[in-house]
Design a protein around this ligand. Structure first.
Ligand code: NAD
Ligand code: UFG
Length: 338
């Protein structure tokens, strides 16, 4: 298939490009580089053994999208492009509604115009809001606690309306839990601009000596060790989940499908710190800090629907998540030293 990856130069998009190219698909990345570096394409080429084209453009520009989609005879789109910082979305909500919601509408219009009605969308477990029961299955009620989450929810609702209005669409909504880790090669991984918001890239930078210590946000939650529990999923497993979802919607006659992509297992912040130290032999200094606004005690998936319907389950363990993250930090350190 000819597949367009919006946001394909980003953390998750670049990891999904690799198995798609290896499976023989023609992949084109479309990214405005607002949160990524074009050098990722060279590293992707080193992994796949072939160049992966990058078109620099913004999903809010419908003409640019139509040009690339017609030029490459695009048949399916995997839509990663979006802004994802929760705190920033609270401070600048319009930026999030514009980029994420308007951007997705612009993409859907371009896809309809070009007759490409197969779409995989990057949603998030954030759409479950405060968990009412665990593990979270796809039928758990949805709600949003911040503008970022609301953009994901609004897009999900928009996609449901589009699929209901025109049964030619084949849409997969993938609700990611906490993607971490890096490609086995250590060549691509998560490298956020500025100080990381998320746990694993923060731990990586503390390990590398780029940040002094980790602040553990709260140790008085109702969890085994008092720190927050999450469902961390290796990004390479997550990437394989996309390939499985794309295969599934190519065969189904259902216009809309929703799958959780998680492992079903929760680990605490201190579990993550200890695992990183043990696997990589590096100390992670930390201190206990107050709870972070908006955090929940525990959040983990029921991965059963994906296992049943996609034949996909996450295979990589915590050790693989920690060792690959560290390999990627090393690659960055070596590159910066050059
Ligand atoms: P990322 O920031 O690394 O990648 C997103 C990419 O989209 C970036 O390369 C950015 O430059 C690009 N982009 C943003 N706005 C754009 C626009 N208007 N036009 C074109 N390109 C644009 O983030 P990621 O972690 O790879 O996340 C990918 C998707 O998965 C996002 O939609 C995110 O909300 C979702 N998601 C991520 C996580 C996570 O923890 N990483 C969890 C749940 C859901
Ligand atoms: N944490 C710390 N210190 C840090 C960063 C995080 O203790 O410096 C803790 C948090 O309090 C939480 C856990 O580590 O208990 C995980 O936090 P992350 O920020 O890595 O991830 P979240 O679960 O808060 O949120 C992530 C994405 C959201 C997405 C959600 C579900 O940031 O966008 O996963 O997919 F919605």
């Amino acid at each position: 298939m000819n597949i367009l990856l919006t946001g394909g130069a980003g953390y998750i998009g670049s990891h999904v490009a690799a198995p798609l190219v290896s499976a023989g698909h023609h992949v084109v990345c479309f990214d405005n580089l607002s949160n990524s570096d074009p050098s990722v394409m060279e590293r992707l080429e080193a992994i796949t053994g072939q160049p992966v084209p990058l078109v620099t453009g913004d999903i809010r520009n419908g003409d640019a999208l139509r040009e690339v989609m017609l030029g490459h005879a695009i048949e399916a789109v995997i839509h990663f492009a979006g802004l994802k910082a929760v705190g920033e979305s609270v401070a600048e909500p319009m930026k999030y509604y514009d980029n994420n919601v308007r951007g997705t509408l612009s993409l859907l219009e371009a896809m309809a115009d070009c007759g490409a009605k197969t779409l995989v969308f990057s949603s998030s477990a954030t759409v479950y809001g405060q968990p009412q029961y665990l593990p979270l299955d796809e039928n758990h009620p949805t709600s949003a606690t911040n503008p970022y989450g609301r953009t994901k929810l609004m897009i999900e609702e928009m996609l449901a309306d589009v699929a209901a209005a025109d049964p030619e669409w084949r849409i997969a909504i993938l609700r990611y839990f906490n993607p971490v880790g890096a490609h086995d090669s250590g060549l691509i991984g998560e490298n956020p601009n500025g100080v990381p918001n998320n746990l694993m890239p923060f731990i990586g930078r503390v390990a590398a000596g780029r940040l002094k210590e980790l602040s553990v946000f709260g140790n008085d939650y109702d969890t085994p060790d008092g720190t927050g529990v999450r469902d961390y999923i290796h990004v390479v497993d997550l990437a394989d989940g996309h390939v499985a979802a794309l295969d599934a919607i190519a065969k189904t006659n259902q216009p809309l499908s929703i799958w959780n992509l998680g492992t079903g297992t929760g680990y605490s912040v201190l579990d993550m710190v200890k695992a990183f130290e043990r696997v990589n032999g590096v100390p992670i200094p930390f201190r206990i800090a107050p709870r972070r606004d908006g955090d929940v005690a525990s959040c983990f998936a029921s991965p059963e629907r994906a296992a049943r319907e996609l034949g996909w389950t996450a295979e990589r363990d915590l050790d693989a998540m920690c060792s690959s993250s560290w390999r990627f930090e090393h690659m960055l350190a070596t590159r910066n030293a050059d």
